[in-house]
Design a protein around this ligand. Structure first.
Ligand code: ATP
Length: 276
């Protein structure tokens, strides 16, 4: 498969309005969008323009969503690839995919590239003596990525964002100045943000009670949930309503959905702790 490309006008434009909370992250990304759209403003006074930033946070906190929304805000095309796709790839395919992705972005600049799960490809390169073919393929892919990141001129008009929940295991070469030298924190949502995320996802549903009322109740019992978990609760509650032959979703259905997700999360953390 080819790298995914979303032209801003080919589907409903996603903007920062679709991303609840994360105000600081949005502020930092706004500045980076300004680098893209007004590079002269920075080069005129001698500032070096950063080309890349890591979005750092747990799974499902909206890193991909935020990157896509950044492209919507900037009104530029969005190119994305996942680091996990490179694992178990045929020899030579990984570097070619990276080259291809950057080439396409440059042909469509200004543009935003998002590399999801960069840790899958960007883990520290192995010490001498640990060479399986899997690692060396990953390493040639990583090397190609470094080559592409260094290949930008000052007016390139490409912003590269990358998502990870493990910045600590990344190869130091990726974090050097001019590469991913900025980190934007994407934390789990607090009480308030959970309410806001619920409001966004409740908009699409047929509800018995008001959106505000439901969001207020649910944000209190979903501590530790990510945005993806919350989206999941909303969808699951709709399925539960249908299963019960109902045409509107009631608070009972939401509570059942929350229970179900809580059980899933507990199972996941049990498995994780047993693995240790
Ligand atoms: P991963 O690390 O697993 O790739 P991620 O951080 O990239 O996850 P997303 O894929 O962006 O997370 O989030 C999954 C879904 O969760 C989104 O498509 C959206 O529906 C919902 N979501 C997550 N965070 C938010 C948020 N802040 N506001 C609204 N919806 C959110």
């Amino acid at each position: 498969s080819k790298p995914n490309v979303t032209k801003p006008d080919s589907e409903k434009l996603i903007t920062f309005d679709d991303v609840a909370g994360l105000d600081e992250a949005k502020q930092e990304i706004r500045e980076m969008i300004d680098f893209l759209n007004n590079p002269q403003k920075y080069s005129r006074i001698g500032a070096k323009i950063p080309h890349g930033a890591l979005l750092v946070g747990p799974p499902g906190t909206g890193k991909t969503l935020l990157a896509k929304a950044a492209a919507g805000e900037a009104n530029v095309p969005f190119f994305t690839i996942s680091g996990s796709e490179f694992v178990e790839m045929w020899v030579g395919v990984g570097p070619a995919r990276v080259r291809d992705l950057f080439k396409k972005a440059k042909e469509n600049k200004p543009a935003i590239i998002f590399i999801d799960e960069i840790d899958a490809v960007g883990r520290k390169r192995s010490e001498v003596g640990h060479h399986s073919s899997g690692t060396s393929e990953r390493e040639t892919t990583l090397n190609q990525l470094l080559v592409e990141l260094d290949g930008f001129g000052d007016h390139e008009g490409i912003l590269v964002l990358a998502g990870t929940n493990r910045p600590d295991i990344l190869d130091k070469a990726l974090l050097r100045p001019g590469r991913f030298d900025r980190q934007v924190q994407i934390p789990l949502p607090d009480l308030n943000s959970r309410g806001e995320i619920f409001k966004i996802h409740l908009r699409k549903l047929k509800l018995e009670d008001s959106i505000d009322e439901i969001a207020k109740q649910l944000c209190h019992i979903t501590s530790g949930f990510s945005g993806a978990d919350i989206a999941n609760v909303c969808n699951e509650s709709a399925l539960i309503a249908i299963r019960n032959g109902k045409e509107v979703i009631t608070i009972k259905h939401f509570l059942k959905a929350v229970d179900r997700i809580v059980c899933g999360l507990q199972k996941k953390s049990k498995v994780l702790s047993e693995e240790e």
